[in-house]
Write a protein that binds this ligand. Structure first.
Ligand SMILES: NC(=O)c1ccc[n+]([C@@H]2O[C@H](COP(=O)([O-])OP(=O)(O)OC[C@H]3O[C@@H](n4cnc5c(N)ncnc54)[C@H](OP(=O)(O)O)[C@@H]3O)[C@@H](O)[C@H]2O)c1
Length: 191
């Protein structure tokens, strides 16, 4: 069975974005969880998909142009992810969205379809977010691993990763690593 692996960048107080609807403390949105070589599909929520597709298409089309979040050109790792993402199947959990620009994007209407995706042959699947989708898939017992990068700040106002979680769930810590800039990488297996 393919694993579904969630990766999220959060503040110490568990926020995925600040009060302006953006995690402006995250300098780059590259895939920094060590997943790219072991996945061949991405799953994400309808809330984030349109912005995500536009963001990575922009970087792929104009890799030298400063992007609007940081005002800096994309990093080499972001350019690498932009290329990888555009050619990798993306499954979008949504009951409302019906069209996407990327030809390999498919819409998933029910959690049963996520379970079926995991039963297909292939490499693991990266659950890109956002917060509501990650919390709901963890509640449904469909996530196998949770990879967090914790940024050294208390964001205060903003969107909490687990705000909509309904069930208590134990986690087994598999790896801890200190990253540059005071960030911490945590890998948990779902208990
Ligand atoms: N910090 C990070 O690492 C990180 C990572 C990813 C995203 N983000 C941020 O997170 C924000 C988006 O997160 P979000 O929580 O607002 O939205 P989201 O999780 O991207 O999407 C929520 C939508 O997904 C669909 N959905 C979720 N669970 C479902 C279920 N069980 N069954 C059916 N459909 C389901 C619904 O779409 P329909 O309403 O269409 O049915 C729901 O409205 C963005 O601003 C993005 O920048 C941060």
């Amino acid at each position: 069975m393919r694993k579904l692996i969630a990766g999220m960048k959060i503040s110490v107080d568990g926020k995925t974005e600040g009060s302006q609807g953006m995690a402006d403390w995250v300098a780059a949105w590259s895939e920094d969880y060590g997943l790219t070589s072991r996945i061949d599909a991405c799953l994400l929520g309808g809330g984030m998909y349109p912005g995500y597709e536009g963001y990575w298409s922009g970087i792929q089309n104009e890799p030298d142009k400063p992007h609007w979040i940081t005002g800096e050109p994309p990093t080499p790792a972001e350019i690498e992810w932009a290329r990888f993402a555009a050619q990798t199947p993306h499954y979008v959990l949504s009951s409302t969205l019906t069209s996407a620009l990327w030809p390999k994007t498919r819409f998933v209407r029910k959690l049963d379809e996520v379970a079926a995706l995991k039963r297909q042959s292939g490499k693991d699947i990266y659950l890109v977010g956002g917060a509501r989708t990650t919390a709901s898939l963890i509640d449904a017992g469909l996530v196998d691993e949770l990879r967090l990068i914790v940024y050294p700040l208390i964001a205060g106002q903003g969107k909490e990763l687990f705000k909509t979680s309904e069930h208590r769930r134990g986690l087994e810590l598999r790896k801890v690593q200190q990253l540059d800039g005071g960030r911490l990488s945590l890998i948990y297996e779902m208990g």
